[in-house]
Design a protein around this ligand. Structure first.
Ligand code: MN
Length: 320
């Protein structure tokens, strides 16, 4: 097993963990305890009683991906953004399917593109938790590739960000210099997330959680695969977002996404201390460094419907 970032080809360094992950996924009946700490989780089952939203917030979105293997540039993560629906999604196909000749990345990409298609086909209907769950279910049925994947789709519903999530991809809402919300991660055990697949493979979709959190203009949503969250601490993510946001002309969503993905890759390539290292040691393994993994980041900047040009003027900046 590799300790740190240097003594082995990083592209092959993760077999130990992959084997554990995959083996349990296919054969095991692991315990299904949640690894969720103090995050707020809003139950959205009683949709019928909720008032209609007063106004809709808009998302300016950008994304970045960094594959762990240069020879496999598409990697096994997938994502989508839909400006039309103010929605996004992230999926992380389980890598060790490759040992059976299956590219779980293909499955994850099919799942995300179908989610986008179904969301946009649903027209202007509200993106409630149960609607998002239905969309994920329909998208799953449309996949033809084999494999399993985590999945997280989020959409703006009035002033709320609604999401349906299964596994350890997820999102956080950065407000000012703090984390206003973070979605809970679902793992059977360390480094073995809930994951969905076709037919009987993976975790039943009913285990997906519906989430909702209130947004305010100026919030920055960071949705990502575990490649980001395992390699950067919350404080590092917040700090990077804040630094980019302070850049009046340069802090686009895409630039934020790129900077976050680059920092996460840097963390595992240089063997820095990471959340993954901390969690590994807590699980009894002497791991130091990050997790060599595909990294996918979607950044969504939250604004009022017509505020995009006004923010610059109110800050007294001039664009030529
Ligand atoms: Mn991953």
């Amino acid at each position: 097993m590799r300790i740190g970032g240097t003594d082995k080809d990083p592209e092959d360094a993760f077999d130990f963990w992959d084997a554990k992950w995959f083996g349990s996924a296919i054969n095991g009946k692991p315990d299904e305890s949640f690894s969720s700490s103090s995050f707020t989780e809003v139950e959205t089952a009683g949709e019928s009683g909720t008032a209609a939203p007063r106004w809709r917030l808009k998302l300016d979105m950008g994304s970045a991906s960094r594959p762990k293997k240069r020879r496999k540039p598409l990697g096994e993560d997938a994502h989508f953004v839909s400006e039309a629906r103010n929605a996004f999604g992230v999926a992380d196909g389980v890598g060790c399917w490759s040992k059976s000749g299956v590219d779980a990345g293909k499955f994850a990409r099919q799942l995300m593109s179908s989610c986008k298609e179904e969301l946009e086909r649903a027209g202007s209907c509200r993106a409630t938790g149960s609607v998002l769950r239905r969309i994920l279910k329909k998208a799953l049925r449309k996949t033809t590739a084999r494999g399993t994947s985590t999945a997280c789709i989020g959409a703006v519903d009035g002033q709320l960000l609604r999401a349906v999530n299964i596994g350890d991809s997820g999102f956080m809402v950065v407000r000012g210099d703090a984390v206003a919300y973070r979605s809970p991660s679902q793992q059977h055990s360390f480094n073995f997330p809930f994951q969905i697949g076709r037919v009987d493979e993976g975790t039943p979709l009913k285990r997906a959680v519906e989430l909702a959190t209130e947004l305010v203009p100026g919030d920055v949503i960071v949705a990502a695969s575990d490649g980001l969250f395992d390699n950067l601490f919350e404080e590092e993510i917040v700090e990077l977002v804040a630094r980019k946001r302070a850049d009046v002309f340069g802090g686009t969503a895409e630039e934020m996404a790129r900077a976050l993905a680059a920092a996460a890759e840097d963390a595992y390539r240089k063997g820095k201390e990471t959340p993954f290292g901390v969690a590994s040691r807590a699980a009894g393994s002497p791991w130091i460094g990050g997790k060599t993994d595909d990294i996918t980041v979607v950044v969504a900047k939250v604004r009022t419907p017509k505020a995009s040009g006004l923010i610059l003027f109110s800050q007294g900046a001039h664009r030529h």
